[in-house]
Design a protein around this ligand. Structure first.
Ligand SMILES: [Zn+2]
Length: 497
């Protein structure tokens, strides 16, 4: 820390004080607030702190938090590691991680895909792990090729840095092709709808079971590491057994990417995979939480079509539990929920499905078109209470997931908590900071997480939605019978067959 400028040293102190205060007042981890203040004091703090240590940045639309955690485990076999926690993945969160001692320890840094160029230019990472690019928050990162172009251009600005890149994603492969060094990993791609067209020449890509290619010559690079089974990798020509505690093939792909990055630091693959085993949940993902009397839920995060397809594969390889879909569309989720029409929800046919969350009725209509019978409840807890089994799989998007975790943690502590709270007191400061960083600059109506939509009547409709109290009548879709209520499936008196 001795080579830091006085300004950056002051910035670190200010950031720490702010983060401590945020934690003390129960307003979240303080990573975002502390980092933001520190950057305000010293704009060059990121670069100064990163210059002290080797860094790896991990970026993607999906899987970056889990992969960063797996990478930190692998690098941890060599000694101390610093890392940022999920969500705090913009400049402020990265700064907070870099400001942690020991100052020469390697840093495993999760970085938001749009923020990656800005952060990496300062941090000068030794390697960047590039997992996937797909449509995400439609009001923020829908231009997938633009993100790929930003990543490609970044490579030219980081000579000597290695792109540890997923060769199965054409956008990632094209982006990483622009770097001076690549380590190609076949981590898989379940969602191909954003990789139909060549990112180089815009012709339709060809695909078969072994890869993808374009008439212009762009083609899937030959990987050095590939996921070859449910518990096996091919590692530079050698078969390696890989049994993780994290479920699903998607996480084996994440582990392969993390192990490849760790190899650049001298970590042996067997040591890396051994260190990754034992990690059973990441920031609440895959964790079982209490959802009320006699009810528990396994928490699964799906915040865009690609994430949903991954979770459907995971559900398909798990015991057939009831599924609770918990769906919001706050700023941090992307305000436009229309992406649910891209998700192949037909794959849920045959499962017991319950729908909850602030945008449960949008989801209900989508599921009705997919002909998935389901019922609708204000909250995931109420949905679980009506489920036909004690353990359910909850698939939630970002704020629904976060809020349910907050409520279940309060429940585990024996606090009742408001069952329909859109947002608990913990994490407010961080979330507000997130909103500040993600909200488009102008022409944008602010949504208040604590009080709801700025105009309470915005989402009222003739069926009696009350933005504070929720829907007064809760129905559901009954497959061939349609919706109950005035518009069909039940008579005027409201009785159902
Ligand atoms: Zn092409």
């Amino acid at each position: 820390m001795t080579s830091l400028t006085p300004r950056t040293r002051a910035a670190i102190t200010v950031g720490r004080l702010a983060a401590d205060a945020s934690r003390r007042f129960g307003r979240g981890s303080g990573e975002m607030i502390g980092g933001k203040l520190a950057l305000r004091v010293s704009a060059g703090a990121l670069g100064e702190l990163a210059a002290q240590r080797p860094c790896v940045c991990v970026s993607a639309t999906n899987g970056k938090t889990t992969t960063t955690r797996l990478l930190a485990r692998a690098l941890g076999t060599l000694g101390p590691v610093v890392s940022n926690s999920g969500g705090a993945n913009m400049a402020a969160g990265v700064l907070t991680a870099l400001a942690r001692p020991p100052f020469d320890a390697p840093a495993a840094l999760e970085v938001d895909e749009i923020w990656l160029p800005k952060v990496a230019r300062e941090v000068r990472p030794r390697a960047v792990v590039l997992l996937n690019i797909s449509r995400d928050q439609l009001d923020r990162s829908n231009e997938t090729r633009r993100i790929a172009a930003l990543w490609r251009q970044l490579g030219a600005e980081l000579p000597g840095a290695t792109a540890v890149a997923n060769c199965d994603d054409p956008l990632v492969a094209w982006a990483a092709e622009g770097w001076s060094r690549q380590l190609w990993v076949s981590a898989g791609q379940n969602w191909t709808a954003d990789g139909m067209v060549c990112p180089s020449c815009a012709q339709l890509l060809h695909r078969n079971d072994f890869g993808w290619w374009c008439d212009c010559g762009l083609a899937r690079p030959e990987p050095s590491v590939l996921v070859s089974g449910s518990d096996e990798l091919v590692w530079f020509g050698r078969h390696v057994h890989a049994k993780l505690d994290l479920p699903g093939r998607v996480n084996l792909g994440n582990a392969a990417m993390a192990a490849a990055a760790a190899k650049l630091f001298g970590v042996e693959v067997d040591d890396a995979l051994a260190a990754m085993t034992g990690l059973g949940d990441v920031e609440g993902r895959y964790k079982e939480v209490p959802l009320g009397p006699g009810r528990r839920g396994r928490m699964l995060l799906a915040k865009n079509p690609a994430g949903w397809v991954e979770m459907m594969e995971l559900l398909g390889s798990s015991p057939p539990r009831p599924v609770v879909v918990d769906f919001n569309s706050q700023t941090a989720d992307g305000r436009d929920p229309s992406w649910i029409w891209d998700v192949p929800f037909e794959r849920l046919i045959g499962r017991e499905v319950h729908v909850a969350g602030e945008r449960r009725h949008d989801m209900s209509v989508r599921l009705a078109y997919a002909q998935v019978p389901h019922d609708v409840h204000p909250t995931a807890e109420q949905a679980a209470a009506g489920a036909g089994a004690a353990l359910v799989d909850v698939v939630a998007n970002y704020t629904a997931f976060r809020d349910l975790l907050v409520r279940s943690a309060a429940r585990a502590r024996g606090e009742p908590g408001p069952p329909t709270a859109a947002f608990g007191p913990a994490g407010v400061a961080d979330a507000v900071a997130t909103l500040d960083e993600t909200a488009p600059a102008d022409g944008y109506r602010r949504y208040d997480d604590r009080t709801g939509y700025a105009s309470p009547d915005k989402y009222e409709n003739h069926d009696g939605y009350d933005s504070r109290g929720g829907y007064r009548s809760e129905g559901g879709y009954r497959g061939d019978e349609g919706y109950p209520g005035r518009s069909g499936g039940a008579d005027e008196a409201g009785s159902r067959p």
